[in-house]
Design a protein around this ligand. Structure first.
Ligand SMILES: *[C@@H]1O[C@H](CO)[C@@H](O)[C@H](O)[C@H]1NC(C)=O
Ligand SMILES: *[C@@H]1O[C@H](CO)[C@@H](O)[C@H](O)[C@H]1NC(C)=O
Ligand SMILES: *[C@@H]1O[C@H](CO)[C@@H](O)[C@H](O)[C@H]1NC(C)=O
Ligand SMILES: *[C@@H]1O[C@H](CO)[C@@H](O)[C@H](O)[C@H]1NC(C)=O
Ligand SMILES: *[C@@H]1O[C@H](CO)[C@@H](O)[C@H](O)[C@H]1NC(C)=O
Length: 405
């Protein structure tokens, strides 16, 4: 996959900065797969059409996931000066982005999405622990939440591992802990070593959970899971310990199972694990649905960019492609658990942000980040802070409020 140049760049990237690792997901291979072939491998052939909305209504009877972005000159809740934890890589205005992209608010079709209230949020989560499990986009949401909460209190940075993969913050006055639990795929993975160096190719065990993040679960009251971008590359897939296929691949004796199948299996394994987890008593899990990258006129490493300055309309986004399909398989897996409703079952909620974010090609850092080591590379995958990603936490707040007696 990719050229030697891409590979050595990838290795360099591994050392340089883990948060930009996600770029590699856009290595040139991804769209080689023949859709029909992959579709035929789908486990459940009676899938709903990919454009079905599958609305999950909140208790308030309002579907927050469908709506539009409306003008709102109110300005953001925080800036790079009031939020001391805001990562430079997401501080887009500081790096020259026109702040115009901030003047929009998400308006669900049938109601208003309440604005984030930091004090009320902290009151709800007082004495509790919340974890974000996933990749660097999960971290992106966590960073947004820290900034929103910084209106009340700046958290203490209490633990950070060498690569900033597992990290913990603490809000002292509220005895509230937030953790990042790093996992590329949610399920067990090992990176193949080729001649002693990391290859960028992974062996994924689709039916085994990645215990590096789940071992923290007994401590956790609220869990936000999300994932997806690492799946856009060649990986080898295992079930029951046996190699069953691969993805973004064309190998003699291996079936290309496709990304939709793979993501569905990984989320099914994760959600089943959580619903049966005996050490996770009282856990409330939120699944934040997949959000798309918006590279135009190229990919991440050949000049692709994202220069749009306005949201697009619903009519301009595609509900027939992989982005929406990944959202659909994630929603399906949560819905299955929600209907089971066994006695003592754990609670699972959706933060369905896919459609809203498909409409925001204007809200990525693009060239506006501290890219002194990677000039010319655009970030059209992560989201600027402040920015529309803050809406994910408005949603988290709204659902948390409903779920808290
Ligand atoms: C995933 O599903 C979407 C929507 O049906 C389809 O367009 C895409 O080709 C599928 N991708 C793969 C790799 O099967
Ligand atoms: C915040 O951004 C402004 C430019 O918008 C910059 O001048 C300032 O140094 C930044 N502050 C911090 C603390 O980074
Ligand atoms: C591994 O190293 C051997 C010996 O140097 C070489 O022949 C082979 O091509 C290398 N394999 C890969 C995949 O780079
Ligand atoms: C594929 O299967 C055939 C028949 O079993 C075998 O001869 C061949 O070596 C296999 N190729 C690979 C790449 O494993
Ligand atoms: C991509 O290229 C087309 C044609 O040159 C141009 O119209 C469009 O504005 C470009 N898009 C971006 C985001 O640069």
């Amino acid at each position: 996959m990719g050229s030697g140049k891409t590979r050595s760049f990838f290795s360099w990237l591994l050392l340089a900065s883990f948060s930009f690792l996600l770029y590699v997901v856009f290595s040139p291979n991804p769209y080689e797969v023949t859709p029909q072939k992959a579709l035929n491998q789908r486990e459940d052939p009676k899938q709903k059409p990919a454009n079905s909305h599958d609305a999950i209504k909140g208790e308030m009877g309002c579907d927050f996931s469908k709506g539009k972005w409306v003008r709102d000159p109110g300005g953001p809740a925080y800036t790079n000066t009031t939020c001391r934890t805001l990562p430079e890589s997401k501080s887009c205005v500081q790096y020259g982005k026109d702040p115009e992209y901030l003047n929009w608010r998400w308006k669900p079709n049938d109601c208003e999405l309440p604005r984030f209230d930091a004090r009320m949020f902290l009151d709800i989560v007082r004495g509790k622990r919340m974890a974000f499990a996933g990749d660097s986009v999960a971290r992106n949401q966590l960073d947004s939440l820290l900034c929103l909460l910084s209106q009340v209190e700046t958290p203490l940075d209490v633990h950070k591992d060498a690569e900033d993969k597992f990290r913990t913050w603490y809000f002292k006055s509220y005895d509230f802990t937030i953790m990042k639990l790093w996992t590329r795929f949610l399920v067990e993975e090992t990176e193949r070593q080729i001649n002693g160096s990391a290859s960028g190719l992974f062996d994924l065990h689709l039916d085994r959970i990645d215990t590096k993040w789940t071992e923290k679960l007994p401590l956790i009251n609220y869990l936000v899971i999300s994932d997806g971008h690492w799946f856009f590359r060649k990986n080898y897939l295992y079930e029951g310990g046996k190699l069953i296929g691969c993805m973004f691949c064309s190998e003699a004796n291996l079936t290309d199972l496709g990304i939709n199948y793979t993501v569905q299996r990984a989320f099914r394994t994760t959600l089943e694990y959580l619903s049966k987890c005996e050490k996770c008593e009282g856990l409330l899990t939120f699944l934040r649905t997949f959000t798309p990258a918006h590279f135009e006129n190229g990919t991440w490493n050949d000049g692709g960019n994202c220069r749009r300055t306005r949201p697009v309309n619903e009519g301009d986004v595609s509900f027939s492609g992989t982005d929406w399909e990944l959202r659909n398989v994630q929603v399906e897996e949560v819905k299955k658990l929600q209907v089971e409703k066994q006695k003592g079952a754990k609670r699972f909620m959706l933060l369905d942000v896919t459609e809203a974010m498909m409409m925001r090609p204007d809200a990525h850092p693009g060239t506006h980040w501290n890219n002194q080591w990677m000039r010319g590379y655009n970030d059209c995958l992560h989201w600027c802070l402040p920015g529309p990603i803050d809406m994910w936490n408005d949603l988290l707040f709204a659902v948390l409020k409903e779920e808290t007696p």
